[in-house]
Ligand binder design. Structure first.
Ligand SMILES: *Cc1c(COP(=O)(O)O)cnc(C)c1O
Ligand SMILES: *[C@@H]1O[C@H](CO)[C@@H](O)[C@H](O)[C@H]1NC(C)=O
Ligand SMILES: *[C@@H]1O[C@H](CO)[C@@H](O)[C@H](O)[C@H]1NC(C)=O
Length: 567
């Protein structure tokens, strides 16, 4: 009995031992297997990334990207090295202090309000102060000295807008039952803009606070669509490098990886074969501009549309700037290209009513080929303790007054008015182009970039320093835009500029002549570029901008933003 009882025990023991060792063997085997699988997946993931990169950018492009990135990182460390860092910081602080001196008024004559007044001011006092604020010393946009910025529709339109605001000061479209008029106007604005862009039946849109929000929403919609329909969790989009920065903002805000494609001379349109190569299963959106901000060039939207259709990927066309000009080029008698919903691959369009639609600032629209695309940008929260909440775009409460101002502008200007404005504005742009290409004082030193068809004219110089020209124009009171990579200047023609285009050309001729004279003196005296006073754009874009790592520019720009909130 004991034997039999011992047997099973030892058997049990040996079994146990065996079971224990085999299970620990199994466990270590499993861990090994698990480790191998993880390693394999890791390898697969990075190999795939590497191959996609090679496919997208080619061997040369990939090496170039790696070189730029290494150079940037190393230079970043150099800038942070002791000694260098304090010098750089000192220079940045000096520049910011100088900027503050310019932007923030100070001195004995300036009263600053940093606390609520104990008792409210009288109406007269408020109005008097407002008048003083409105007439503070500024760059004269009223006289046409400012490129873009103020897309002015004339004095009587401004009066009408103010009256429209007055009637809807308290209105908020988040309560459509309380403000039915605002809801009606908003829906009508979207319908009118859809019609301007030849939207097919079933198309839809929303109004937003500006071009940036319109672009953010179009990118969000594309990302959500790709996630819902294809399970894309690492979204990517492909942009011309001239596309508005709002797309890069969308990339940062919504975690969408950005691929930039160059827009080479002479057309300065996005290079379509490069776009095509970058498309992969993570691509959620292609982008084209009509026209872009830097050079005023319309990308080859027809080719992008064909590509989008072939690869079945949404295509956004940024008409924020083109707004109420591109749709009317044809009717105003100018050359144009197809850019809107007539191209079957175009799935969304952003159009700023607050640019050449002459609506008050804070107004834009984003249009979609189908209402399903629009639904992807909605935010709906069914279970909030505050009640079911639904909002179409970023803002919650929105100013109904602006919608009224926008509606009043569209209705007051009307199609004929916009065609006329297009005629005046694009006409002036063509005259500026003509002068730069034909006037003997300009045509040997300035070159127009590409073939601009709308309101923006960009030019560069091979013989003179472009940023010195920009600074000299600023000294004459003009507020033109300095561009980078490559260095250039642009003028976005508006109605106020159209009135004074001849003065612009004359001042440009004087500036070019003066710069040429300086160049001659410099050569005659055998001096290098050193020893001359440097203007702001020359410093920002010429010096700081040419560094391999632009962290100095980032610091300067952050300082600029801080300055905006200094009392
Ligand atoms: C102005 C502009 C936008 C949008 O800018 P907002 O200032 O946000 O209205 C987008 N794209 C282009 C090409 C623009 O010129
Ligand atoms: C500069 O370099 C540092 C690291 O060396 C990097 O973290 C940073 O992003 C770079 N900045 C820019 C603007 O390139
Ligand atoms: C105008 O701007 C307001 C405020 O940003 C916004 O709520 C509204 O939708 C805009 N309307 C149009 C037509 O752009």
């Amino acid at each position: 009995m004991p034997g039999t009882s011992r047997m099973p025990v030892s058997l049990r023991n040996s079994l146990n031992v065996k079971k224990g060792s085999s299970s620990s063997q199994l466990l270590s085997l499993n861990i090994d297997l698990f480790r191998n699988i993880i390693f394999f997946l890791f390898l697969l993931r990075w190999t795939r990334k590497g191959l996609l990169k090679l496919k997208g950018r080619g061997v040369f492009g990939t090496i170039l990207d790696a070189y730029i990135s290494i150079r940037r990182t190393l230079y970043g460390y150099f800038l942070r090295a002791p000694g260098v860092r304090s010098q750089v910081q000192k220079q940045v602080n000096e520049a910011i202090t100088k900027l503050q001196g310019k932007l923030v008024p100070s001195g004995p004559g300036v009263t600053k309000y940093v606390n609520l007044p104990k008792d409210g001011w009288t109406e007269e006092a408020v109005l008097k102060e407002l008048e003083a604020l409105a007439t503070m010393d500024h760059t004269r946009w009223e006289d046409g000295y400012v490129s873009g910025a103020v897309y002015h529709g004339g004095d009587s339109l401004m009066k009408l807008q103010t009256e429209a605001f007055g009637k809807f000061t308290v209105a908020n479209p988040i309560h459509p039952d309380v403000f039915p008029g605002v809801r009606k106007m908003e829906a009508e604005i979207v319908a009118m803009v859809l019609a301007m862009f030849n939207a097919p039946p079933g198309a839809a849109g929303v109004t937003t606070s500006g071009g940036t929000e319109s672009i953010l929403m179009a990118c969000l919609s594309a990302r959500q669509k790709a996630y819902a329909e294809r399970g894309v969790t690492e979204p990517e989009m492909i942009l011309p490098d001239t596309a508005h920065t709002a797309f890069r903002k969308a990339g940062e805000y919504f975690g969408i990886k950005i691929h930039l494609v160059s827009c080479p001379a002479p057309s300065y349109q996005v290079h379509i074969p490069s776009v095509s190569r970058l498309i992969n299963s993570n691509t959620v959106l292609l982008v084209g501009s009509a026209p872009n901000f830097p050079h005023g060039i319309i990308d080859d939207i027809s080719a992008l549309s064909r590509l989008a259709l072939k690869r079945n990927i949404p295509l956004h066309v940024d008409c924020c700037l083109g707004s109420f000009l591109v749709p009317f080029l044809d009717k105003a008698g100018f050359e144009t290209e197809l850019f809107d919903f007539r191209l079957k691959g175009v799935t969304s369009i952003s159009c700023d009513t607050h640019k050449y639609g002459f609506a008050p600032k804070g107004n834009s629209t984003v249009l979609y080929r189908t209402s399903a695309l629009r639904t992807y940008q909605y935010f709906i929260s069914p279970d909030w303790s505050g009640g079911v909440y639904a909002s179409p775009s970023i803002a919650g409460s929105r100013p109904g007054a602006l919608i009224a101002g926008c509606w009043a502008s569209l209705m007051n200007v009307g199609e004929t008015g916009y065609i006329e404005a297009c005629h005046t504005i694009v006409g002036a742009a063509k005259k500026i182009i003509g002068a730069i290409q034909e006037n003997p004082g300009l045509n040997s030193d300035l070159q127009i970039m590409g073939r601009p068809l709308v309101s923006v004219v960009a030019f560069t110089s091979k013989t003179l320093n472009t940023y010195d020209i920009a600074d000299a124009m600023s000294a004459k009171g003009w507020h033109l835009n300095a561009l980078q990579s490559p260095p250039a200047i642009h003028v976005a023609v508006t109605l106020p500029i159209a009135k004074v285009w001849e003065k612009l050309v004359a001042d440009l001729e004087a500036v070019v002549e003066a710069e040429k004279e300086k160049e001659r003196v410099r050569v005659a005296e055998g001096k290098g570029a050193k020893g001359k006073a440097m203007g702001d754009s020359a410093a920002l874009y010429g010096v700081a901008g040419s560094l391999p790592n632009k962290s100095v520019v980032v610091d300067l720009a952050a300082g600029f933003l801080d300055t905006l909130y200094k009392v």
